[in-house]
Design a protein around this ligand. Structure first.
Ligand SMILES: CC(C)(COP(=O)(O)OP(=O)(O)OC[C@H]1O[C@@H](n2cnc3c(N)ncnc32)[C@H](O)[C@@H]1OP(=O)(O)O)[C@@H](O)C(=O)NCCC(=O)NCCS
Length: 180
């Protein structure tokens, strides 16, 4: 079976599918809010279709490289509500998650549902032993989203943003053997 189909994930309120060429508009729509886009290091505001296309290109070429980029649609009306990715690190037992939720859908547990799905996929089918999230100090809502799953801080990293500035990130880890 097509790997894109076998990697589709369903949660109680969401359908998560691997991003494809057809996803550009939906990805754009989830990101076209200043407060959301400005928290994502590889984007600049105003959001452009080219930036969404860039993300979709990574997704299309990604699966053989261990990059699983998803878009989430709510089941009721099929509206795009957010995106999440799970990307194999240099150490193939570690997968990093990154995510966003479109502004009107924030505060409703959507990120939590997407993160739980990636934890299940990462520790299940993909065989990771550690899931990683890298979070800036000025992002309490992202921190809130991972802390509830038991992610623990373990080091810091500096990342270059799309604007060329340095962004300090705390590395949070969830180890398979300590998932409650
Ligand atoms: C971070 C983000 C994805 C959270 O999405 P969300 O769907 O609103 O998150 P949830 O509703 O699942 O909430 C997750 C948890 O974080 C908590 N939380 C949310 N905002 C918080 C805040 N400001 N301070 C502390 N905790 C917070 C929630 O209470 C919830 O915990 P609970 O279920 O125990 O109550 C969303 O705000 C977003 O897209 N931000 C912009 C992009 C971004 O920052 N991406 C992450 C980059 S690392």
């Amino acid at each position: 079976m097509n790997p894109v189909m076998t990697l589709a994930v369903e949660t109680s309120r969401l359908n998560l599918t691997i991003i494809g060429e057809h996803s550009v508009k939906d990805v754009f729509d989830t990101l076209n809010y200043r407060e959301t886009a400005e928290m994502i290091s590889f984007l600049t505001w105003p959001m452009t279709l080219e930036q969404a296309e860039g993300w979709c290109k990574i997704a299309i070429e990604g699966i053989p490289k261990g990059k699983y980029l998803y878009i989430a649609h709510e089941k009721e009306k099929g509206r795009p509500v957010g995106c999440i990715c799970l990307v194999e690190e240099q150490d193939p037992k570690r997968g990093e998650i990154g995510y966003w939720v479109a502004n009107p859908w924030q505060g409703k547990g959507i990120a939590s549902e997407m993160i739980q799905a990636m934890i299940d996929l990462g520790f299940g089918k993909l065989g990771f032993s550690t899931i990683v999230a890298k979070i800036a100090a000025h992002n309490p809502s992202s921190l809130g989203a991972v802390k509830k799953f038991g992610f623990q801080p373990n080091g810091e990293e500096i990342k270059k943003t799309a604007k060329g500035t340095d962004l300090k990130l705390t590395v949070y880890e969830l180890k398979q053997d300590i998932v409650p």
